[in-house]
Ligand binder design. Structure first.
Ligand code: FES
Length: 147
């Protein structure tokens, strides 16, 4: 579905009344949304609010070469998933493991206080996907038993 340029600008104007420019941008044009076939690591987490995020990674030589996310959450969850995927892409896994809620919030230019947990869900899901990668890197045979 496509919307007119006028409608797009109208929605954008409404978003920046509440959110930063970066948040509005990531809500309107989420990066890296979707699934990866044959991922090297993935995780799906449901936060205390009931929203779920899933992140999948492709890793080469311990560098994240591709990352995708999906969520059934609200607009700020989408912005957080989009931003964490941007932050993670191209990073060494050790550095990516250090990506925190605070870093996601800072890159987004902040979120309203009652939405800050969306950034935590994104950071935690990335962390779990990286841990998943590390488990199977160490014991590749376990992948055959993954559900
Ligand atoms: Fe729950 Fe965003 S509202 S993760």
């Amino acid at each position: 579905m496509s919307i007119s340029q006028d409608r797009y600008q109208q929605i954008r104007t409404e978003l920046v009344r509440v959110y930063s420019e970066a948040v509005a941008e990531h809500i309107l044009s989420p990066r890296n949304m979707g699934y990866l076939d044959d991922s090297d690591g993935s995780a799906r987490i449901t936060g205390p609010c009931g929203d779920t995020m899933e992140i999948s990674l492709k890793v080469r030589n311990d560098t994240i070469t591709d990352v995708t996310f999906t969520t059934d959450g609200c607009a700020t969850t989408i912005a957080s998933g989009s931003m964490v995927s941007e932050l993670a892409k191209g990073k060494n896994i050790v550095r990516a493991l250090g990506i925190t809620q605070r870093e996601v919030l800072s890159a987004l230019g902040g979120l309203p206080e009652d939405s800050e947990h969306c950034a935590l869900l994104a950071a935690n899901t990335l962390k779990e996907a990286l841990k998943d990668y590390l488990v199977y890197k160490k014991d590749p045979w376990k992948r055959a038993y993954k559900r």
